[in-house]
Design a protein around this ligand. Structure first.
Ligand code: CMP
Length: 223
């Protein structure tokens, strides 16, 4: 049942059954295979998405070489609201980073949801504030931190929802470079430095945090 599925998705948690039923009446589910584009930057925006399963990469690119990953979105996260609310075209591209399923809500129904459901609108605003805060921190980090500090920060951010001890995550060097908005060579060097000092281990695409306190300190954060 789609209603049971909606309840598993954190973005819809807290909505009343009446509100859930409204969403249910207007949401479709679409599957994407790893690597498939959901939409490209500058496309006309006409749908809002909530991740049902998998992982979606939000990124921008300048020319064929330069890419910047803004976020990896997971189950319960939403995207696609900016072009529906403000500008008409997509501010960034969205691509399935692994096999994913998305709830898809058409623009007309998205606006109706906002106008008629204060809980939904508040959740949306709350997340937008969090994303703006993260953007400010990214700008600060790009201006004032060196590549080592930025890499440490990115590792902490990307491993936030990993609970294994020690913390492990699968990520390749290209993904890390794009997350930092740089190229592979400086990231490769920074990884080697962190490895040499025993802060992380990194082999065949798997990164392990060995010294979390030191990683926080390199990122300029309190543990
Ligand atoms: P939209 O502009 O319609 O299409 C691209 C989407 O990416 C955008 O809506 C947001 O939902 C999402 N997005 C853009 N920038 C960020 C960011 N910095 N962090 C997370 N999501 C973003």
């Amino acid at each position: 049942m789609v209603s049971a599925l909606l309840k598993q998705v954190s973005f819809f948690n807290g909505l009343s059954n009446v509100e859930l039923n409204k969403v249910l009446a207007i949401a479709g589910v679409k599957k994407y295979t790893a690597g498939q584009m959901v939409f490209a930057k500058e496309d006309l925006g006409n749908q809002f998405f909530v991740v049902k399963s998998g992982r979606i990469k939000i990124f921008t690119s300048v020319g064929p070489e330069k890419k910047k990953t803004f976020a990896f979105l997971k189950k319960g996260d939403f995207f696609g609201e900016m072009s529906l609310l403000g500008g008409k075209t997509r501010s960034a591209s969205a691509q399935a980073a692994e096999n994913s399923e998305l709830f898809v809500i058409p623009k007309k129904n998205f606006k109706k949801l906002i106008l008629e459901n204060p809980d939904f609108t508040l959740k949306l605003l709350h997340t937008l504030v969090e994303r703006l805060n993260k953007c400010n921190k990214d700008v600060e980090s790009m201006l004032f931190h060196n590549i080592l500090g930025r890499l440490a920060d990115a590792i902490l951010e990307l491993s936030k929802d990993k609970h294994s001890k020690p913390v492990k995550m699968a990520i390749n060097q290209n993904e890390l470079a794009q997350y930092l908005g740089t190229t592979r060579v400086p990231v490769c060097r920074a990884i080697s430095t962190l490895k040499r000092s025993g802060v992380i281990d990194y082999r065949r695409g798997e990164l392990i945090i060995l010294n979390s306190a030191r990683l926080h300190s390199i990122a300029g954060k309190t543990n």
